[in-house]
Write a protein that binds this ligand. Structure first.
Ligand code: NCD
Length: 304
């Protein structure tokens, strides 16, 4: 029985295997339509979500399985004071696999230590979001055909943006990856990610506040939303929320084969005019997320 709490819980070989499986699902969906018949996925979401929860649920339905869904923490026993550990033990009696999102960093890890079924971290506070990274990796693989030899710009809220932390972790295991970290001073990448991931793996990186200056060198531009719900005061959020707004004009100096990504939801950070640009990949990322979650569910349920 295996859980995925951090993207590093999966080896590079396993990531390759998941990408290959997702590509096969895209080509031959009918082959997979009954693979999870009789199995149940429980989605336990203690924080808002559109894509992550619904894509997990769509993934399970497309595998022929069923879903038990808890989308509102206020209507669950957590509101009565139940611990994450007890919730995990309880859900283990009903389902075969859990996808959990929680505002507290480490909550899905605690769930995995108490559940008797696999637990997937669907986002824990400002920490990690490994299945968004799976969506991101399939997108990079399909758009660029490689994970090596790329310059990846991360722009926006690098402090609280859990999708950034997980994607940096994943890419740190490949060759000749360069990170360009673009953020306001207050929203810089946490030092633990910089030290334990980027510097430990001897990867090249630069930090800047200026998106336009670095635009021409990027192969991938990963935009992020300023994470309002993690701020201690609204004033700071209001001051920082529009630090970066990507427009067609700002893309004029970008590479012709730039891949523009965003985990979504977007607020203001990408102008809708950019959606027409063939380099905009963020809605492809959404679809890729469903296929990678299908591949992950199959792997963790050990379905052949
Ligand atoms: C992200 C998240 O929840 O961290 N959304 C998602 O799952 N696609 C990004 C965000 O909320 O800004």
């Amino acid at each position: 029985m295996r859980s995925v709490i951090d993207i590093l819980d999966l080896s590079v070989a396993e990531l390759d295997e998941l990408v290959a499986c997702a590509n096969d699902i895209i080509e031959n969906p009918e082959k997979y339509a009954h693979k999870c018949a009789g199995k149940k996925l429980a989605t336990l979401f203690f924080e808002p979500s559109t894509r992550t929860r619904l894509s997990f649920e769509a993934a399970m339905y497309e595998l022929g399985g069923n879903v038990l869904s808890m989308s509102d923490a206020k209507s669950s026993s957590a509101a009565k004071g139940e611990s994450v550990a007890d919730t995990a033990k309880t859900i283990s009696c009903y389902a075969d696999i859990i996808a959990m999102r929680h505002p507290k960093e480490g909550a899905p890890l605690v769930a995995s230590m108490n559940a008797s079924i696999p637990v997937i971290n669907a986002g824990d506070g400002g920490h990690n979001h490994p299945t968004q990274t799976l969506a991101d990796l399939l997108t990079i693989s399909r758009e660029k055909g490689r994970f090596n030899n790329i310059t990846v710009g991360f722009c926006g809220d690098l402090k609280f943006g859990r999708t950034v932390h997980s994607l940096i972790s994943a890419l740190s295991r490949y060759e000749n990856v360069k990170f360009v970290l673009i953020s306001p001073e207050e929203l810089k990448l946490p030092s633990y990610v910089k030290k334990d991931i980027i510097q430990k793996n001897n990867l090249e990186y630069v930090q800047t506040t200026d998106l336009e200056e670095v635009m021409p060198e990027l192969d991938i531009l990963y935009m992020t939303r300023v994470q309002r719900e993690r701020f201690f005061n609204e004033e700071d959020y209001l001051r920082l929320k529009d630090s970066y707004i990507l427009t067609p004009e700002k893309l004029e100096t970008a590479k012709k084969d730039l891949c523009i990504m965003h985990p979504l939801p977007r607020v203001n950070e990408i102008s809708v005019a950019v959606d027409e640009d063939p380099r905009a990949c963020y809605f492809k990322q959404v679809l890729n997320g469903k296929y990678m979650r299908m591949a992950l569910i199959l792997k963790l349920l050990e379905v052949k």
